[in-house]
Design a protein around this ligand. Structure first.
Ligand SMILES: Nc1ncnc2c1ncn2[C@@H]1O[C@H](COP(=O)(O)OP(=O)(O)OP(=O)(O)O)[C@@H](O)[C@H]1O
Ligand SMILES: [Mg+2]
Length: 172
């Protein structure tokens, strides 16, 4: 594990959404949040929670086919999904104005950010979501890696709000 990374284990969808919601409450713009993890890891679940914490009332749905969805909470919220994009699509994505939001005046969430790393700024919050199995069954490990000053601050604030057990799960 990298020295500047912080992990938490979630036992179900609700807990992942709760961590997203907590982040949404404390995050300040401009911020780009890159979500990395396999299909069904919980990226959209996390963003849905974060949007709630940011005061978005609208239903958040996966932007896989439209690539970008905009919401309005306390700040503008941009939800990208790079699943269908590759480095070769860089110019097209720039043509669609993606760069204006990375960062822009709000909070940008990018699912599958690893597909098009050139469109992620150097200051950003990286979140890895991994499937994790133990004797209780299927869980998720969420690992936060801060790149830059404001992301470091955000992670510090997030983890000061989370009550964790010694096994990195949320205290119930
Ligand atoms: N601990 C957990 N945290 C989040 N989701 C969980 C957890 N346990 C089970 N799930 C389930 O995993 C799925 C996560 O779906 P989600 O759409 O968020 O994945 P995703 O990472 O966005 O996938 P995709 O790459 O297809 O966009 C949901 O069906 C959810 O109920
Ligand atoms: Mg998704």
């Amino acid at each position: 594990m990298q020295h500047n990374s912080h992990s938490v284990i979630t036992r179900n969808e609700k807990e992942t959404a709760y961590i997203g919601e907590t982040l949404g409450k404390i995050i300040e713009p401009p911020m780009v949040i890159a979500l990395k993890g396999s299909l069904g890891a919980g990226k959209t679940v996390f963003v849905r929670g974060a949007a709630k914490g940011l005061g978005v009332i609208e239903q958040v749905t996966s932007p896989t086919f439209v690539l970008l969805k905009n919401y309005r909470g306390r700040f503008p919220v941009y939800h990208f999904d790079y699943y269908r994009l590759y480095e070769a699509d860089l110019e097209e994505a720039i043509g669609m104005g993606f760069e204006d939001y990375l960062p822009g005046d709000g909070i940008a969430f990018v699912e599958w950010a690893e597909r098009l790393p050139s469109l992620i700024p150097t200051d950003f919050l990286e979140i890895f979501l991994e499937l994790y199995f133990d004797n209780e069954g299927e869980k998720r490990r969420l690992t936060f890696v801060a790149h830059g000053y404001s992301a470091t601050l955000a992670v510090k604030r997030l983890f000061s709000h989370l009550k964790l057990d010694t096994d990195r799960t949320l205290k119930l």
